[in-house]
Design a protein around this ligand. Sequence first.
Ligand SMILES: Nc1nc2c(ncn2[C@@H]2O[C@H](COP(=O)(O)OP(=O)(O)OP(=O)(O)O)[C@@H](O)[C@H]2O)c(=O)[nH]1
Ligand SMILES: [Mg+2]
Length: 490
Amino acid sequence: MLRTLGRSLLAVSHTDTIFALSSAPGKAGLAVIRVSGPRASEVLTRIAPGIKDRITGSYLPNPRQAVFRRIWHPSSGDFLDRGLVLWFPGPASFTGEDVVELHIHGGTAVIRGVLDALGCVDAGFRMAERGEFSRRAFENNKLDLTSVEGIADLLNAETEAQRKQALRQAEGGLKQLYESWRTQMLKSMAPLEALIDFGEEDGIEEKVIDRVVIIIRSLRASIYKHTDDNRRGEILRDGINVTILGPPNAGKSSFLNRMAQRQAAIVSPIPGTTRDVVEVALNVAGYPVIMSDTAGLRDSQDVIEMEGVKRALRRIDSADIKICLLSLPDLLSERSTPLIHMTRDIIDPDTLLILNKCDTIPGSPAVINNSALIRRIFAMSTPMHIWTLSCETGEGFDKFMNEFVEILSDKFDPAAASVSSGSVITQARHREHLKDCLMALDTFLDDPYSDVVLAAEELRQAAGALGRITGQVDVEEILELVFREFCIGK
Ligand SMILES: Nc1nc2c(ncn2[C@@H]2O[C@H](COP(=O)(O)OP(=O)(O)OP(=O)(O)O)[C@@H](O)[C@H]2O)c(=O)[nH]1
Ligand SMILES: [Mg+2]
C-alpha cells in the first residue's frame, strides 16, 4: 500500500569537481577559493603540493588543519601565490564531498591566476554554477531546503534581527520543527497502513483510528498556531513596511526626514507638497524598516495630487505598521476636522498616532495624552499608542523612538518567547506547503472512519507537504516505521 512520495534520500554522486571564488569579488586582503568534488585532493598534490608525511606517507595535510603552502600553475609551472590551504575530506565537509579551501591574497590577478590553474588540473575540473556548492550539500543530505534558504538569507541579511532569524534557520531551526511534525504524522500513519495491509478485525479498527485522531488533532493545532503568526518572519526578512499617513501639512515629510537624519523629502508650508511615495530604508535598532512618506489625504481638484492620494492609499493598504501624523494645533482648533475624518476611516487601534508641532502649544503633551478629545475623534478606532512631539525641535522624539523600538521588538523579535521553538515561517513557499498540510489534515479529521485507505492517503498528503518544505520526502521511512512498530510474522 505504500507509494513513493517523491525524491529518495540517496546521496547524489557527481563526477566533476567544481571550484569558485567564495569570498566577494574585488580587491581585498584575502580571497577564499573553494573546490569540491571527487578529485579535489589533486589540488593538494598538483597545485599546492606539500612534503610527504613521514608517519602517514600522505602528501595531504591533516584534515581541517590550515597549512601554509606555495601555489603553482599545473601547466606553466608559474609560482602564483602562497597562502593557507585546508583539506576537508568528505563526507565531513560543507558539500559532503572532498573539499579544499585556498586562502590566498585577494588581488584580481592572483585570483584569476589561481582560478585558471584550477581549470587546468584535470578535464573534470570546472567553475561552479550559482549556488552549486549548497546544491551539492543538499543533494548529499548535509543541508535541508530550509537551511539552504537560511544560508541565502544570512548572506543577504542587512540588520541584526535579520541575521538572527536567518542564522536560526540556517542552523536547522525550521527543519527540526517540520521534521518532528512529519515524523509524528508518519508514525500515526503506521497503524492505518497496518490496518490496510493486514486486514481489519471487528472493533479494533475504530480504536486504532481514535488514537490517530487524537494525535492528528493536536498536531493540527500546533501547525495552525505556527501559521497564525502575522507573517512576522516574512516581514522581517523582506523589511518592515512602515507608512506615514495623515492630512496635508501635518509634518509627515518633516517626520521622515528626522527619522532618516537627512532631507529625503521636500518640506514646505504649502499643503499638498508630497505627491509621490518617498521611501527610505532604515536600520532601526537592528530592525530593517522601509519607511514611506505619502501625499496628504484630502479631496482636491488637482489631478496630480489626486494621483498622489491614490498612491498613498495603496501604500497604506499594504503597510505592516501605519503611523498617522496629525498637527496638534489643527486638532485642538478643530480646524482640520474634515481632514481628520478622512484619516479616521483609515486608522485603527494598531496605528501609531503622532500629534506633531507640540512646540506651538506649550505644556501640550500632558494635556493631550489623556485627552478625551482623541477618543471622541477616533471613537472605536482610537489608537493604542499616542505621542506628542515636534519634528521641528525634536522634543518628544527620543521617547517615541524608544517606544517604537519596543513595538518592533514585540512584533518582530526573532528570539521572542511567543515564537514556537524559536523558528518562524520566512517564505511564502513554506506557508503554501503548510496550508496544503493543514487542508489534508482537516479532510482527514472530517471523516477518518468511513474509508481507512482514503484517510491514510490524506495523512500521506499532509506529511508530503511538510516534506516538500524541507526537501526530504521518501517512502523508505514510512516502511521502516511500519515494520518497527508492528510484528509482521504475527
Ligand atoms: N512649528 C512646527 N512646524 C512644523 C513641525 N513639523 C513640520 N512643521 C512645518 O509644517 C509645514 C509642513 O510640513 P511638511 O513636513 O511638509 O508636512 P507634510 O505633512 O509632509 O505635508 P504634505 O506633503 O503637504 O502633505 C512645514 O512648514 C514645516 O516646517 C513642527 O513640529 N513644528
Ligand atoms: Mg510631505
